[in-house]
Write a protein that binds this ligand. Structure first.
Ligand SMILES: Nc1nc2c(c(=O)[nH]1)N[C@H]1C(S)=C(S)[C@@H](COP(=O)(O)O)O[C@H]1N2
Ligand SMILES: [Mo]
Length: 414
């Protein structure tokens, strides 16, 4: 095409006949609903970490007011975190095509000249920079974390956390400014009125090769495909095999009672069978009345209780319910002087290096009868990779709080 402008700043450069207020509005309204859910479930995930309990669960530097304490995460229903985090991750992945299509639909505006017509225009463009930058950052860090690709400097958690606040502030401003017009555009189309002139539409469009509805169908189809190949990891059990996009790294869990997902093996955590053996391993329990040390045989002589609970990770995957059996955390608290007035507990693993080797549980979690120091699962001793000789299992909590290879429990208010 001889007369095609070379620079994207020229209005005639953008030729797709698909761009226009309707496409942008529909995609925008889908994102308005979807990203709101992502923000709410993200905040819930933050609350679920017990961020206020200790500097161990939440190590975000300088979080100040943004680390505001939400509420005590409940210990039921047992599938609570599995659900909220499954929604967060599955919806986030599903929205990727919608986000990309939305950005594509407005990309000509990135190149408008002059860059700023007025102070208000300059401020608006600055907020769009935060919106687009924040959105791409949150989706990218989220997907990388789900894929266990820890390529960013520092830890995922504070990056995704701070990014979320920047993104959401810009998102709220954008939604307040644009939603009324988007709704008007969609309604006008429903009444089959002409689309008004807009700088979103190409001034000299090429002939269409697909209709706008067709393009929207393509985006929706892409989302559906991502949904279908992701959701299985949150459902767990046999559905896990359908989660083609979920990472299947870690160890192959194999079959049998211990045959469910393993992210970090005992070998990777640096745990060896000498320190977990009957001669070496003692659980150290400390509380109001001092310290007691218990071997595995002694723990097995305490009252044993069962609970059917899943392990649901922040990465969105979950196991189906497994039948755990062991000693109630509140019974262990009672051994060191807490009868009835159950406190928080700080849990430490044998593991000496790496993340997730300690965790803080809140009093309401310790008090729940389904919160166990598990010694066996599905009728068999825990395998080394699932935390032998003992692991924590708490209902409704994120997997990261279910510490494996437990060495020490310190009861007391944190
Ligand atoms: N000691 C120890 N316990 C741990 C972890 C760990 O790395 N070390 N990982 C936690 C996380 S993030 C999850 S989701 C659950 C399940 O992890 P797994 O699949 O490695 O058993 O165990 C938790 N307990
Ligand atoms: Mo996890």
């Amino acid at each position: 095409m001889r007369d095609h402008p070379r620079l994207p700043t020229a209005p005639g450069f953008w030729r797709s006949p698909l761009r226009g207020p309707w496409l942008t509005s529909v995609l925008g309204l889908v994102l308005l609903a979807g990203i709101t859910v992502l923000f709410v479930t993200g905040l819930l995930s933050y609350a679920a970490y017990n961020p206020d309990l200790s500097a161990v669960n939440d190590t975000t530097p300088d979080k100040g007011l943004l680390g505001f304490y939400l509420f005590a995460w409940p210990a039921g229903p047992v599938w609570l975190y599995r659900f909220t985090q499954g929604v967060h991750v599955t919806l986030g992945v599903t929205l990727v095509p919608v986000l990309l299509a939305k950005l594509w639909s407005v990309v000509p505006r990135l190149f408008t000249l002059p860059p700023a017509r007025s102070l208000t225009h300059a401020l608006e463009r600055l907020s769009l920079l935060l919106l687009v930058g924040g959105g791409l950052f949150e989706f990218t860090t989220g997907v990388l974390n789900v894929q266990l690709a820890y390529v960013f400097p520092g830890s995922f958690y504070p990056l995704h956390f701070y990014g979320a606040w920047v993104f959401f502030a810009a998102f709220v401003a954008h939604a307040v400014l644009k939603t009324p017009a988007a709704l008007r555009t969609v309604r006008r189309r429903l009444r089959e009125e002409e689309e008004p002139r807009s700088d979103l539409a190409a001034p000299r469009p090429d002939p269409p090769t697909v209709s706008r509805r067709g393009a929207l169908g393509l985006v929706g189809g892409g989302s559906l495909l991502l949904f279908l190949t992701t959701v299985g990891q949150s459902l767990g059990g046999p559905f896990r095999r359908t989660a083609l996009l979920a990472p299947h790294g870690g160890a192959e869990p194999g079959g049998g009672p211990n045959g469910f997902q393993i992210n970090k093996t005992a070998a990777r955590a640096g745990i060896d069978t000498v320190e977990t053996g009957a001669d070496a391993w003692r659980l150290v329990v400390t509380g109001r009345t001092g310290t007691v040390r218990l071997g595995r045989a002694e723990l097995l002589r305490l009252p044993q209780h069962s609970a059917s609970l899943p392990i649901a990770c922040v990465e969105g995957w979950s196991t189906a319910d497994q039948r755990w059996r062991g000693v109630r955390l509140r019974d262990l608290a009672a051994l060191v002087g807490y009868d009835g007035d159950v406190p928080d507990v700080f849990v430490e693993s044998l593991q000496r290096h790496g993340a997730f080797r300690h965790a803080a549980l809140r009093a309401n979690q310790v008090a729940d009868g389904r919160s166990l120091l598990a010694l066996s699962v599905n009728g068999e001793d825990l395998s080394m990779d699932h935390g032998y000789p003992a692991r924590i299992i708490v209902p409704a909590a994120p997997g990261v709080l279910n510490t494996k290879w437990v060495a020490r429990l310190t009861f007391g208010d944190l």
